[in-house]
Design a protein around this ligand. Structure first.
Ligand code: PLP
Length: 358
């Protein structure tokens, strides 16, 4: 079975197998890891090892804190303006698709937001405007963007240059898929449930100087200073999700780190895009330079075959290929845990389906 769900998504098989083997007795404690006190030495060690592994994988500079939070991506849609958007300030929000648009709607509740629409659509093909043309305000409190739009299948590979204005990125569906230069960002956040672990955990990587500017009414659960001062344990953290994330980080390190992961992800994405482009039965609507390597929407020329495609795919062990309701068609999410064999199996099914329905 290969699960192409956009999230929550599958975890790497070796991670699931390890979690299963130590479910009832973790590290010879006689307990499940989820039963241990988050303040006890055993869990604290796990937590700090996980952070060290993440720091190593992403090469996170020392002047950045890593916070392990609740609340998912949407929690951060609120937390970012609550912590970084002081009274009288304006933040620039770059909109490239569905999730960056949702981030705007939430941020507008907490401060002034200026929207920069950065997608061009020409003859049905979408392209992201290069960041030099975003016209970022020099006095913006921060610039928010979403490097990978999960719903639309749009990815921005180059890091925008924003000068002294802190760059904030929603990396929910791209984090850990390839190396990134963290030092170019003020803040990065990501819901765990694509490349990190199960839902329930949210990672925030934030530069030290951006901590401590929260609005007075910021709930403590969204307060970066409170979370940072208490090592992400002011309230009870999602300990089991944190543990699974620690296994994912180890799996990535064993695999050879993010350079290796990026190469695998590129091979997977190329395999699917190459077939789509070579076929006159399927098509994709995103300009080549902005095609996501994680979420690949595609369409059948004859969309009356959609239901049949999905039903037959399911029978063939290829799950959750239905496109998002806003976009329609199909979507294959091929996060880190998806092996190349999964994408090859999908392409082979697509070839056979096309042949049978021509
Ligand atoms: N941002 C992006 C890019 C997403 O893909 C998602 C969910 O898929 C979210 C935000 C919302 O995340 P959550 O459901 O964890 O609030």
């Amino acid at each position: 079975i290969f699960n192409f769900c956009a999230g929550p998504a599958m975890l790497p098989k070796p991670v699931m197998q390890q979690a299963q083997s130590e479910f009832l007795n973790w590290n010879n404690t006689g307990c499940s890891v989820m039963e241990l006190s988050h303040r006890g030495s055993e869990f604290m060690q796990l937590a700090s090892d996980a952070e060290a592994d993440l720091r190593e994988l992403l090469n996170i500079p020392d002047n950045y804190k890593v916070l392990f939070c609740h609340g998912g991506g949407r929690g951060q849609f609120a937390a970012v303006p609550l912590n970084l958007l002081g009274a009288g300030k304006t933040a620039d929000y770059v909109v490239t698709g569905s999730w960056s648009k949702s981030a705007v709607s939430e941020a507008e509740k907490f401060g002034n937001v200026r929207v920069i629409d950065a997608v061009n659509e020409h003859e049905g093909v979408k392209t992201v405007l290069p960041s030099e043309h975003w016209r970022i305000s020099k006095d913006a409190a921060f610039v928010h963007y979403c490097p990978n739009e999960t719903v639309d299948g749009i990815e921005i590979f180059d890091i925008p240059e924003t000068g002294d204005v802190p760059l904030v990125a929603d990396m929910s569906s791209t984090i850990l898929s390839r190396p990134i230069d963290v030092s170019k960002f003020g803040l990065i956040y990501a819901g765990a449930q694509k490349n990190i672990g199960p839902s329930g955990l949210t990672i925030v990587i934030v530069r030290d100087d951006l901590i401590g500017q929260q609005q007075t009414a910021t709930p403590v659960i969204l307060d970066y200073k409170m979370t940072s001062d208490n090592d992400s344990m002011f309230n009870t953290p999602p300990t089991y999700a944190w543990y699974l994330a620690s296994l994912v980080f180890q799996w990535l390190k064993d695999l050879g780190g993010l350079d290796m992961m990026a190469k695998l992800n590129q091979d997977k994405a190329q395999c699917l895009y190459n077939y789509i482009d070579s076929s006159d039965f399927y098509y994709n609507k995103i300009a080549i330079k902005n095609r996501s390597s994680m979420n690949i929407p595609f369409f059948l020329n004859d969309d009356s075959l959609n239901s049949e495609f999905l039903a037959e795919a399911k029978t063939n062990g290829l799950l959750a290929l239905k496109g998002h309701r806003i976009v329609g068609g199909m979507r294959a999410s091929i996060y880190n845990a998806m092996p190349l064999e999964g994408v090859q199996a999908l392409v082979s099914f697509m070839q056979q389906f096309a042949k049978r329905n021509k």
